[in-house]
Design a protein around this ligand. Sequence first.
Ligand code: SF4
Length: 70
Amino acid sequence: MVKKVSIEPGCTTCGLCEFLAPDIFEVTDISHVKKNACFASNSDAIKEAAERCPVQVITYQDDDADTTNS
Ligand code: SF4
């Protein structure tokens, strides 16, 4: 289960993460992780967004181990 999500510098505001996980990401000037977002119930969508982000700037931390998409 995902417990932490971060956006590293370099977001191109393509909007894909917000499309895939609208409860988690909000893209304005850059992508942001929404306040009070429920990571646990959106784990699969977060992981898909991290995998599909074209510039690979979404990182997340799993319960079991530190995990990133890099
Ligand atoms: S998918 Fe990646 S590049 Fe696109 S808006 Fe989200 S963080 Fe930014």
